[in-house]
Design a protein around this ligand. Structure first.
Ligand code: AMP
Ligand code: ZN
Length: 105
């Protein structure tokens, strides 16, 4: 499978991880929209949000996103969570964008 995020997971493409455990990985977007732009994703290749059926995995993704928001000190600075899907995504490996600070709001 020719998936860039699977290649990053498998260390075929070098990448510094912001967070990693057995199920989840987080690394900075290569083309950041804001000073903080992280991609949070399952290591397992799920191609779309509709493929996310595992409650335990969903809970883990939520917990790691919350941890990243706190660690990056975005709680009160404005942030946005985005999942592109339904064909609008560039990379077909489910990921959540965490973008901030947004300022003002
Ligand atoms: P999307 O699939 O539209 O949600 O967006 C995919 C995101 O992955 C884009 O924001 C890209 O900048 C980002 N991206 C693509 N390749 C890499 C890479 N090698 N390392 C980090 N981010 C990447
Ligand atoms: Zn993949």
């Amino acid at each position: 499978m020719n998936c860039i995020f699977c290649k990053i997971r498998d260390r075929e493409i070098p990448k510094e991880f912001t967070y990693e455990d057995e199920d989840i990985m987080v690394f900075p977007d290569i083309n950041p929209l804001k000073p903080i732009h992280l991609l949070v994703m399952p290591k397992k290749h799920l191609k779309d949000f509709l493929d996310l059926k595992d409650k335990t995995l969903l809970e883990k993704i939520k917990n790691i996103i919350q941890k990243m928001i706190k660690e990056q000190k975005l709680e009160d600075k404005g942030y946005r969570l985005v999942i592109n899907g339904g064909g609008t995504q560039i990379v077909d490996h489910l990921h959540v964008h965490l973008v901030g600070p947004l300022g003002g709001v």
